[in-house]
Write a protein that binds this ligand. Structure first.
Ligand SMILES: C=C1C[C@]23C[C@H]1CC[C@H]2[C@]1(C)CCC[C@@](C)(C(=O)O)[C@H]1[C@@H]3C(=O)O
Ligand SMILES: O=C(O)CCC(=O)C(=O)O
Ligand SMILES: [Fe+2]
Length: 384
């Protein structure tokens, strides 16, 4: 249509600007830059505080639980009960996991994340739980975490006995075959330890040592490798933002570089690294399973301007279709239900497609679920 046919009062809008190219987090470049891209600068109220107090908590000797000595088990159950009611995490030593296996898992991270960005597999797609991601540049537009991650699935059922090894070989490639063997063995060790901890949590809550072990027998869990490159301005950003894990239980191994912080007694505390220990924290799903008795732990990870920091996080999750509801013995007129029934699939999808997990994920999810149910389960709760 010739330009003069347009009525004089019509304003011809310029074409919309092209969408900004998603930022590329190339750690080998960014870690040397004094000026951080604005997307990595967190709001003042979330920036890390300098020199947080160290949290000195007595580690729990898991070895005495493994002996099955009733007195030792009862003592440990009491320790765990207090820790999980108060701030939702505890530290265990004498856990039975081979330190050489842990060292190999860390070496594997150095090899993988030390590669050039171009040599790493393509970034994971939005809504997908697994794969390689560099600071989630394609997923979030602000408050980007200063980290690279590799997440993959671990299934405890017999049909998936080599799922980790197969992922590394088939999805990542032949050169990662040995990698896959290390992490397959590591995840199997995490599974064994998780089920043992579930026995201890069951005793701690008075439901017996089989209840939660059975619930997680066929777990469908997530293994995540966290790699935090050094940052020239660590006081402006975060490696992982403040959150409660939406999952059930997390077994975290941090290397010798401190960075994990937990929020207890109204302030952030640094958890002193101990390569011989695992940090175990309660997630949102187990908080619901315990009818709110055990608290999901609020935590975050800070970075530094000197060296890389790495952590291995095993997230225990039930089968996707398992209904998350507390045992009847934890519900009565004095302790009414705190959260509705839900499946782990629903909560997992909520965190991957609708909501960035933070410190209030479970409450927001609960409201979202109720709105959706009130609308007869339509796709978009806000449509009703
Ligand atoms: C189910 C999960 C989502 C996250 C990985 C596991 C358990 C922890 C979640 C996460 C780490 C919480 C902070 C925000 C998040 C986006 C991250 O920084 O990685 C979360 C993970 C995720 O959604 O990928
Ligand atoms: O790296 C850490 O110490 C914490 C990581 C974490 O909280 C997570 O991946 O959920
Ligand atoms: Fe976490």
């Amino acid at each position: 249509m010739p330009i003069d046919c347009f009525p004089s009062n019509m304003t011809i809008m310029p074409p919309p600007p092209p969408p900004p190219e998603p930022l590329v987090f190339d750690a080998s470049i960014l870690q040397h830059q004094a000026n951080l891209p604005s997307q990595f600068i967190w709001p003042d109220h979330e920036k890390p505080c300098l020199e947080p107090p160290e949290l000195a908590i007595p580690p729990i000797d898991f070895g005495s639980f493994l002996t099955g000595d009733p007195l030792a088990v009862s003592k440990l159950a009491q320790q765990v009960n207090e820790a999980c009611k108060k701030h939702g995490f505890f530290v265990i030593v004498n856990h039975g996991v081979d330190s050489k296996l842990i060292a190999k898992a860390h070496e594997g991270m150095n090899m993988f994340f030390g590669k050039q960005l171009s040599e790493k597999p393509v970034q994971r797609k939005i809504g997908e739980q697994y794969g390689y991601a560099s600071s989630f540049t394609g997923r979030f537009s602000s408050k980007l975490p200063w980290k690279e991650t590799l997440s993959f699935r671990y299934c405890a059922d017999n049909q998936s006995s080599n799922i980790v090894q197969e992922y590394f070989l088939n999805v990542m490639g032949e050169e990662f075959k040995q990698f896959g063997k290390v992490y397959q063995e590591y995840c199997e060790a995490m599974n064994t330890l998780s089920l043992g901890i579930m026995e201890l949590l069951g005793v701690s809550l008075g439901v017996g040592n089989e209840y939660f072990r059975d619930f997680f027998e066929g777990n469908d869990s997530i293994m995540r490798l966290n790699y935090y490159p050094p940052c020239q301005k660590p006081e402006l950003t975060l490696g992982t933002g403040p959150h409660c894990d939406p999952t059930s239980l997390t077994i975290l191994h941090q290397d010798h570089v401190s960075g994990l912080q937990v929020f207890v007694e109204e302030k952030w505390h640094s958890v002193t690294p101990d390569p011989e220990a695992f940090v175990v924290n309660i997630g949102d799903t187990f908080m619901a399973l315990s009818n709110g008795i055990f608290k999901s732990c609020l935590h975050r990870a800070v970075v530094n301007n000197v060296t890389v920091r790495k952590s291995l996080a095993f997230f225990l999750c039930p089968k996707m279709d398992k209904v998350v509801k507390p045992p009847n013995t934890l519900v009565d007129y004095k302790n009414p239900r705190v959260y509705p029934d839900f499946t782990w699939l629903a909560l997992s999808e909520f965190t991957q497609k609708h909501y960035r997990a933070d410190m209030k994920t479970l409450d927001v999810f609960t409201t979202w679920l109720q709105q959706k149910n009130n609308c007869g389960g339509t796709k978009n709760a806000s449509s009703c």
